[in-house]
Write a new protein. Structure first.
Length: 98
């Protein structure tokens, strides 16, 4: 019983870390701190720590996410639309150069 419980706990821990993903979203319309706050609020639910796992770069017009679980492109696009913007590009994992 204890062995089975430990196996389940370990599997849950590792599977959630495996599903975590680094994503770079290009959002051309972002220009101010209200944009930053909107992105942070909208993506807060898909990251472990909003302060470190959501990085908005107004100069580059990007949002860098370190998600706790998988998120689809459509989910990302919808979240950005809720804040009032559009997505021009989504890069994942090893395709991110910064």
């Amino acid at each position: 019983m204890i062995k089975n419980s430990l196996t389940i706990i370990l599997f849950s821990f590792f599977s959630s870390n495996i599903l975590a993903e680094k994503i770079l979203v290009t959002v051309p319309g972002m220009v101010c701190q209200m944009c930053v706050k909107g992105m942070q609020k909208e993506f807060n639910s898909v990251v472990k720590n909003a302060k470190t796992d959501i990085q908005v770069n107004l100069k580059e017009k990007t949002v860098l996410l370190k998600t706790k679980d998988l998120i689809t492109d459509d989910q990302i696009i919808n979240k950005v639309k809720k804040v009032g913007y559009t997505v021009s590009k989504i890069l994942r994992g090893s395709k991110i150069t910064n």
